[in-house]
Each structure stands twice: as structure tokens, then as C-alpha cells.
Design a protein around this ligand. Structure first.
Ligand code: URA
Length: 270
């Protein structure tokens, strides 16, 4: 490091604020350590390293636990691991040890599910946000509170609904999960649906609906229609509705969500 770099003038308050704002916009919304790290310092000479499994770059062979070796493709590994689960508890446990999704390295917690796994209706959203990441449960932030009110409107609550997401870890800065992140979680959510075996599935928002129903149209076209979701063993009635986070931004669209809720209530009374 040069003398000039060592003695750079301290940042002004405005410059520091602008730098922080830029970092927040880029998704760095949490400090990860108390001590600052000088990433411009010359690198120490590298020695050959032997890494235990599970400590490498996400998705590379060394990152995968022992049972994942032989399936270096994280999606193949996810399929194999998801198939091993014979109960929701086992699936939860397998996901806790699964290192094939890069998001687990930036998230604080795994958000597996909330609510009653025996419920007749299962709600599936996109991915956890900041509050969910802190609490390790899906839909516990602002959108989750609106979801609770939507459930209450048709006589449901978290004892009579099972709630999860397509992606189990929070994407940094709440960005949209990448196709790779979604693909690697997909075998687990498919298995979770199969094991929970609800009578009705409600996909919350376009991202979850498009992914799980393999469709390309927008949520405003898809919502309110019934689809068949095939688990391979059984066909489950599935419907898509507007995501509560979208309804917080567009409260005028709540009338459409209400129609979907009425259809869900009717399906549950059949
Ligand atoms: N949005 C989602 O899709 N899922 C959550 O758990 C929270 C917000």
C-alpha cells in the first residue's frame, strides 16, 4: 500500500453518507463484522489449502456435503437430497445442511415454513425478506401481516394454513432470486408440497405462480384461475393470487385479491 493510500483524508460526513447510501442500494444492508477489513491490502502469499467439505464457494464440489459428492451439479444434488426426505421434519433438517444454494451464505436463517403442516391449504410465496430472515419464518414482516389479515377474512389463521416460499433464504437486499437460486430450491419446495399434501395450494404473486405452474403469463392474467398441480402422486387444486407486498403498494387491487380469497374459501368448503 502506498503512503498516499495509508494517509487518505477522512471522508466528509456527506461523502460517508453517500457511500453508505450507495452500499444500501447495492444490497449491503447489514454490517457483517465489527472490525473494518482492508480489502486493498496486498494478499498474503497463498499456500495450498485442503478444505473440508462444506467450506468452499457455494456450488463448487468442495462446498457440497459428503453425501452430495458425485452430483457436482447443485440442482441434481438438491433433487437427490429432497428425495431422501420422508417427512417434513427430515426435509427441514436436510435443508439446514444443504450448501448448494449460494443464498444460504448471505442469509442469517433458513425460512422453512410457518403455520400448520397438516392444514388443508398451503400458501407459497417467492422468497423471505429482512424480517423473515431475522425470525427464520416466512411472511412475518409487513407483507406477512397483510397475509394474516387476508387469511382472517376467510376464517383462516396460522393454525389452519401452512406457509412457505419457493426460495428458502433471503436474497441480499431483497433482490429477485436468480434462476439458478430458484432452480436449486425447486426440488425442495416440490417435495415440501408432496409431503404436506394439502387439498389447495395458493401461490402468492407472479414469481411463485409462474415458477411452480410452469407458466409464462403475468399474475394479472393468471390470478383467480384454478390450475392442476401434479405432485407425481396426486393432482392438487392450485390458484394464484396477488402478493401481499404488491397489495401494500397497490391497495386498489385488493378487490381482485378478495375475489380470489372467496374462491379459496369456497374450494375449502367443497
Ligand atoms: N415475501 C415473500 O414472498 N415471502 C416472504 O416470506 C415474505 C415476503
Amino acid at each position: 500500500m502506498t503512503d498516499r493510500q495509508n494517509h487518505s483524508p477522512p471522508l466528509s460526513r456527506e461523502a460517508a453518507r453517500a457511500l453508505l447510501a450507495w452500499q444500501l442500494a447495492a444490497g449491503a444492508d447489514e454490517a457483517v463484522g465489527d472490525a473494518p477489513v482492508d480489502r486493498l491490502a496486498p494478499a498474503a502469499p497463498s499456500a495450498p489449502v485442503s478444505r473440508p467439505a462444506g467450506t468452499g464457494t457455494p456450488g463448487d464440489a468442495a462446498t457440497l456435503p459428503a453425501s452430495d459428492h458425485g452430483a457436482h451439479d447443485p440442482v441434481m444434488s438438491a433433487r437427490a437430497r429432497a428425495r431422501e426426505a420422508t417427512s417434513l421434519e427430515e426435509l427441514h433438517h436436510i435443508l439446514e445442511g444443504f450448501e448448494g444454494c449460494a443464498l444460504r451464505f448471505t442469509a442469517k436463517s433458513l425460512c422453512f415454513a410457518d403455520g400448520n403442516p397438516e392444514a388443508r391449504v398451503m400458501f407459497v410465496g417467492e422468497a423471505p425478506g429482512a424480517e423473515e430472515d431475522l425470525q427464520g419464518k416466512p411472511f412475518v414482516g409487513r407483507a406477512g401481516r397483510l397475509l394474516d389479515r387476508m387469511l382472517a377474512a376467510i376464517g383462516l389463521d396460522r393454525t389452519s394454513a401452512y406457509i412457505t416460499n419457493v426460495v428458502y433464504w433471503r436474497p441480499p437486499g431483497n433482490r429477485t432470486p436468480t434462476p439458478q437460486e430458484t432452480q436449486v430450491c425447486r426440488p425442495f419446495i416440490e417435495r415440501q408440497i408432496e409431503l404436506a399434501d394439502p387439498d389447495v395450494i395458493v401461490f402468492l404473486g407472479g414469481a411463485a405462480a409462474k415458477e411452480m405452474l410452469n407458466r409464462s403469463e403475468g399474475i394479472l392474467k393468471m390470478r383467480g384461475k384454478w390450475f392442476d398441480y401434479d405432485t407425481g402422486r396426486r393432482t392438487i387444486r392450485a390458484i394464484a393470487t396477488l402478493h401481499p407486498a404488491y397489495l401494500l403498494r397497490q391497495p386498489g387491487q385488493k378487490r381482485l385479491a378478495w375475489r380470489d380469497l372467496v374462491a379459496i374459501r369456497k374450494a375449502l368448503s367443497d
